[in-house]
Design a protein around this ligand. Structure first.
Ligand SMILES: CC(C)(COP(=O)(O)OP(=O)(O)OC[C@H]1O[C@@H](n2cnc3c(N)ncnc32)[C@H](O)[C@@H]1OP(=O)(O)O)[C@@H](O)C(=O)NCCC(=O)NCCS
Length: 148
């Protein structure tokens, strides 16, 4: 089941953040601030009896961005990220966004394959973005062309 995250979900999200992103994880406070932000939406997947994954989105006028995306390490390659992204894409498009942007570490082959498969295009690069040692690739999805 995919649903919108609420304040009561902050602990579970922050726990999974830490597990997935380690030292780069958003803290409990940052997760709480994100959930409270008027331009932010966080969607959760609870299909597997607990928090399986989440996607964070920010919507601003005619464009939106994916701020975070994570799936529990034991539950990968089961289509959870695909389902979360599909739901997020529908939601931001319904709110008027024409493009969905994101940043991904160049070495993150799993995420890059996921995004490519959904039609995201590489449109730019930020040198040394991650800990100054790894580039970030900027990717964009034209929401007029998404499959939902
Ligand atoms: C990237 C991530 C979100 C993918 O989640 P997931 O639920 O396993 O992804 P899905 O099952 O929806 O995968 C969809 C497609 O993406 C690609 N993909 C996903 N994981 C992959 C991997 N490890 N290697 C290669 N391709 C991969 C495949 O094309 C896959 O389709 P397939 O399983 O039919 O081959 C997950 O690995 C994760 O949480 N990684 C750590 C956090 C992260 O990198 N977040 C993104 C930050 S930009």
């Amino acid at each position: 089941m995919i649903r919108r995250a609420q304040a009561a979900d902050v602990s579970a999200i922050a726990d999974l953040e830490r597990r997935v992103f380690g030292s780069r994880a958003w803290s409990f406070r940052l997760v709480a601030e994100e959930l409270a932000h008027p331009a932010a939406v966080v969607l959760l997947d609870e299909t597997h009896d607990g928090l399986a994954g989440y996607v964070g989105l920010r919507i601003a006028a005619d464009s939106a961005e994916v701020s975070t995306l994570a799936v529990h390490p034991d539950l990968r390659r089961a289509g959870i990220a695909t389902a979360l992204l599909a739901a997020g894409e529908i939601l931001v498009r319904a709110r008027g966004a024409e493009h969905l942007h994101l940043e991904v570490a160049e070495g993150n082959e799993a995420a890059r394959a996921l995004y490519r498969g959904r039609g995201y295009r590489e449109v730019g690069r930020r040198h040394g973005y991650y800990d100054r040692s790894e580039d970030a690739l900027l990717m964009t999805l034209d929401l007029g062309a998404t499959n939902g």
